[in-house]
Ligand binder design. Structure first.
Ligand code: UD1
Length: 379
């Protein structure tokens, strides 16, 4: 039996872990035993508990309850907590997802105790070192043994960084293996799309019709924490709301910073806008249904950019760059940064275009692929 410790902490990781746990339960339970560690990075029930309930994820065996904090402080507490767990019980590998501080902490703690790291969603790069996520990804990839890259671009990024070089600078560097696995989030979107529709009445509750609204989300620190950028994005949303309804689920960080970083005038225009519906963070089922029935998505989230693509929706990307370059290459998304005019023109352009959505994120069986490789290597 191979024993793995899956480390999660932030909302998108809980979602990705659901696909892995489901595949273990359905097809690999005789070969793989999984324990789950939640760092507690996300702790609000709307950011954490609701996902466990909806997706039937096993309750975490360990919860570190770390909560929010400065990056160093938050990550350090996580490293220390994860280390204690890893020293208390033998694991064959640690599985981490994506690029959050929980990912980084898992990778650092495991690598110091010489436990192999499996990185799901490896190889993504924005080439913007001002993003905490970029630092987390680069460090985690360097420390990982098995790297599961969701896209061809991610594989190429690793190749460019020497991951395929036979002359590795590390003594045991040749043990590192990179796989093009497809995207584990696609597994979930396919699996849950129909169930979600039966389980949520969000469209009725918000009085929405098919394709008569835009779904928007903002949570990146460089947008929420910067008054100029936040103002530009919100001003663009207010202008777009003259033409169409907008649904805006609010991450707790954004909720806190909107009144602080917007002028009272703009904040009022947003708050009292009859065409903009502000809601608490959506559950996974709710967001899937909102994505599926929206006309277009505007977001600074990596996950939503991909889900927009899965549901064949055009996407205005509220960032200066994206790791998911395939979406832009297919002209299914436009990078508009936090520039009001660019956002407005991207909205107009994408509202009129009919992009195609070839399958660049795999076949929806990424979890099985990953688990088979884990068995091959550690079995
Ligand atoms: C984290 C990830 C980001 C990911 C996002 C998904 C890092 C560096 N960033 O960003 O890559 O896209 O999760 O949501 O790990 N807060 C609450 N309740 C919660 C969680 C957060 O109130 O349950 C508030 C706190 O004020 C906190 C702030 O949100 O200070 C930021 O939370 P944090 O987990 O540090 O980062 P995210 O912005 O959520």
């Amino acid at each position: 039996m191979i024993k793995i410790l899956t480390i999660i902490g932030a909302r998108p990781q809980i979602i990705k872990a659901a696909a892995l746990s489901r595949a273990i339960k359905n097809s690999f339970s005789e070969r793989i035993e999984e324990k789950i560690l939640h760092t507690g990075q996300h702790y609000d029930s709307t950011m954490s508990d609701v996902f466990f309930e909806e997706m039937n994820i096993p309750k975490p065996h360990f919860n570190l309850n770390i909560g929010s904090g400065k990056h160093g402080e938050q990550t350090a507490k996580m490293i220390s907590g994860i280390e204690q767990i890893l020293l208390g019980e033998p694991f064959d590998a640690v599985v981490v997802f994506g690029d959050t501080n929980s990912t980084l902490a898992g990778a650092i703690a495991a690598s110091k105790i010489h436990i192999p790291i499996v990185h799901i969603e490896a190889g993504l790069r924005s080439f913007n070192m001002a993003m905490p996520e970029e630092i987390n990804r680069i460090v985690c990839d360097q420390l990982s043994t098995l790297l599961f890259a969701p896209t061809e671009t991610a594989v190429k990024n690793l190749e460019n960084e020497g991951f395929f070089s036979s002359k590795s600078i590390f003594k045991d560097g040749n043990n590192r293996q990179v796989f093009h696995s497809g995207d584990i989030m696609y597994d979930n979107s396919l699996y849950f799309a129909e169930i979600a529709e039966q389980k949520t009445d969000i469209l009725q509750r918000l009085n929405l019709q098919n394709q008569d609204f835009v779904l928007a989300t903002i949570h990146r620190d460089n947008n929420t924490d910067n008054p100029e950028r936040l103002t530009a994005i919100i001003e663009a949303l207010i202008e777009i709301a003259e033409k169409t309804k907008i649904v805006l689920p609010l991450h707790p960080r954004t909720k806190k910073l909107l009144p602080e970083n917007l002028s009272k005038e703009i904040h009022d225009k947003l708050q009292y806008n009859s065409n903009i519906t502000i809601i608490p963070p959506a559950s996974f089922f709710e967001i899937l249904v909102l994505e599926k029935y929206s006309q277009l998505i505007m977001t600074d989230s990596g996950g939503l950019q991909k889900e927009a693509y899965f549901f064949k929706k055009p996407c205005v990307i509220l960032r200066p760059e994206t790791e998911w370059v395939e979406i832009v290459e297919q002209q299914a998304g436009i990078i508009a940064d936090a520039d009001k005019q660019m956002i407005l023109s991207a909205f107009e352009k994408l509202s009129q275009s009919k992009p195609s959505f070839p399958p660049v994120f795999g076949d929806g069986r990424s979890a099985e692929f990953t688990l088979n490789k884990i068995i091959e290597v550690f079995g």
